[in-house]
Design a protein around this ligand. Structure first.
Ligand code: 5GP
Ligand code: ZN
Length: 136
């Protein structure tokens, strides 16, 4: 099957991996809403929560772990957690994923989930989140 996120989970397409385990992979979003915007996916291909037999529940410990890690490593004050299901909801990649978006005091509120402010360089964010310097 030709699926971008299956390819990232398999390591065939590069991504900045934040964390992974037997059931889930967390990696930085390529077009982040905010610094550290991370996607958590199941290794198993499921198109969305509307066709899910339990993968969302199985990746939920990773969602929680990543949310805390982003807050701790980036100095965020909170997170938004969302999973878009169906194109009408804005889903563009049809492999179940949970967006974990760190939120910063400088730009509060759901309407400001997509930052319009200057950002840190992507490499700097990756190093802060992964703990590995010079990580892309
Ligand atoms: P959706 O719109 O389906 O809810 O979210 C898909 C997300 O995947 C978007 O936020 C988009 O920026 C991200 N994305 C798309 N292609 C890639 C890619 O090749 N690598 C990474 N890391 N993220 C991607
Ligand atoms: Zn897939």
């Amino acid at each position: 099957m030709d699926c971008l996120f299956c390819s990232i989970a398999a390591g065939d397409i590069p991504a900045t991996i934040v964390d992974s385990d037997d059931t889930s992979v967390a990696f930085l979003d390529i077009e982040p809403f905010q610094d550290g915007h991370t996607l958590v996916i199941p290794r198993k291909h499921v198109t969305s929560v509307l066709n899910d037999d339990g993968e969302l529940a199985r990746i939920s410990p990773m969602v929680t772990k990543v949310a805390r890690r982003l807050v701790d490593s980036l100095g965020a004050s909170g997170v938004n957690i969302v999973s878009n299901a169906g194109e009408v909801a804005g889903q563009s990649v049809h492999h179940l994923h949970v967006h974990v978006v760190p939120r910063y005091d400088r730009e509060p509120g759901i309407n400001a989930i997509r930052s319009t402010m200057p950002r840190r360089p992507v490499e700097e964010v990756a190093a802060m989140v992964t703990g590995e310097p010079n990580r892309r």
